[in-house]
Design a binder for this molecule. Sequence first.
Ligand code: LLP
Length: 447
Amino acid sequence: MKLHGTMEINAAGHLVIGGCDTVDLAQEFGTPLYIMDEELIRLTCREYYRSFTGKYGNSEVIYASKTFSTLAMCHMVKEEGLGLDVVSGGELYTALEAKFPPQHIYFHGNNKTPAELEFAIEAKVGRIVVDNYRELELLNALAAEHGRVVDVLVRVAPGVEAHTHEYIQTGQIDSKFGFTVSTGDALKAVQMVTEAANLEFQGLHCHIGSQIFELDSYRHTARVMMELGAEIREKTGAVVRELNLGGGFGIYYVAGDTPAKISDYADLVMGTVSDLAASYSLPMPKVIVEPGRSIAGPAGTTLYTIGSSKDIPGVRKYVAVDGGMADNPRPALYQSRYEAVLANRASEAPEEVVSITGKCCESGDMLIWDIDLPRVNSGDLLAVLCTGAYNYSMSSNYNRLPRPAVVLVKDGEADVIVERETYDDLVRNDLIPERLLRSRSLRVAGR
Ligand code: LLP
């Protein structure tokens, strides 16, 4: 098991994050609880900034906010000098509420609604990443209505298969995202953008998948994109001024995961693009990368209280926590694996193999299959590590479970950045139509 960021184990054998004892955090804020390590978030942002913008100038790192989008997160990302990728009106709204500078916001998505496009135009976001023909025409028309010329990137599907779980591959040809390069659609879309009166072609975007360890996938992608850039210049005269290579940088979840170094990623990407620009005699484009998981993932921990257990001798021992697939659907969706530690007995040696299940009413609600832990008791605290990415953002109220709070910890201070939902929150938007109440009273009256 690997401890992340500021994690340590104190003399009492408790897991400490950001100088805060997790046993105290559980007492003060309750469980389940998402804990985010501010220092690790900021360190990773800085490493990205240093490795790309600091070293190469003409590049930008933008945080993919779908990973973990909250006001405090947008605020920290802004402070660290990164841009922001949003994929919905809701993420855009969150960014603007956090006073994120709109010119550093990139708006993605394969089916942006007219209302979302208008919102983005009115907010003056820096780039809209055009995904398909319908959007291209719609955006041009809406931009004209607003008397604006909108800077766009054209999203393409470069046909690169990254070595990762198939559900989270988006770059291959059979993909819902972007204009396919090999069919000629990408070139045609660029041509259309250059001819559209209210769109300004700035460059290309692609994203080849997530949780990628093989840096070679990026080299290959950069090559496909720069070849396309050369073809675009030859056939349309347009210049790719910006090349956005998407996110996807993989992280350590469990033993065997071997993430690359961010600085190696930066050197490879910038070196490859610059070599190709030289060999095609193209101007060096501004290179953009949009990491999400690698910024938020390792900084997050979910703290649970252990409740019941069920031992089936010779088969399996289930240990249940007070959360589950509602706060972390990733094991059920992607067979994702996690490491965990007993937060109140973190220095004790493992004694038994158990499987961690949630409290939702279905058998698929498993968080970890087969993990070595000390003999657990109900009331113990379990910390599941590396849950900062796509956990809170994909959480649900399944089984009417209120979403956990999120606390941000640093130097012994813990601040709630998202309040725990209450039962009132669960019914806040529910309505019983008058009609139902009426028909009930009629039935009762006629009985
Ligand atoms: N840019 C684009 C256009 C993307 O679609 C994504 C992620 C990213 C950047 C950020 O990729 P990252 O650096 O986080 O790998 N829910 C799944 C992951 C889906 C990824 C979707 N796109 C999961 O829980 O693993």
